[in-house]
Design a protein around this ligand. Structure first.
Ligand SMILES: [Zn+2]
Length: 103
């Protein structure tokens, strides 16, 4: 189980976007990398194709390492480190700040 899930709110703690808060758009399977909205924006020069007549510059999010973010706890709303615990045989995440347990 990973510490960060799709849909989580996270705060970036390293790199150019340090301090920025965004929602996790995707978790890359098999890697500890995630995509966070409006974080690590990269520009791509798009050529005109049959489906896209208008060439231009497209901005989209690049992946960042999961260790460069902290989860914002849904309960206490603070950036926090995550622990794991088991509740009735199910592995759950645990906020080390306030002790809240969530999926
Ligand atoms: Zn908390």
């Amino acid at each position: 189980m990973k510490k960060i899930h799709k849909g989580d709110r996270v705060q970036v703690i390293a790199g150019n976007d340090r301090g920025r808060i965004g929602r996790v758009l995707a978790v890359i399977p098999g890697k500890n990398r995630i995509i966070v909205e409006n974080v690590n924006m990269i520009t791509k020069h798009q050529r005109a194709t049959q489906s896209l007549r208008q060439p231009g510059i497209i901005e989209r999010e690049g992946t960042i390492d999961m260790s460069n973010v902290l989860l914002i706890c849904p309960e206490c709303d603070e950036p926090t480190r995550i622990g794991f615990t088991e509740v009735e045989g199910r592995k759950m995440r645990l906020c080390k700040q306030c002790g809240e347990i969530f999926e």
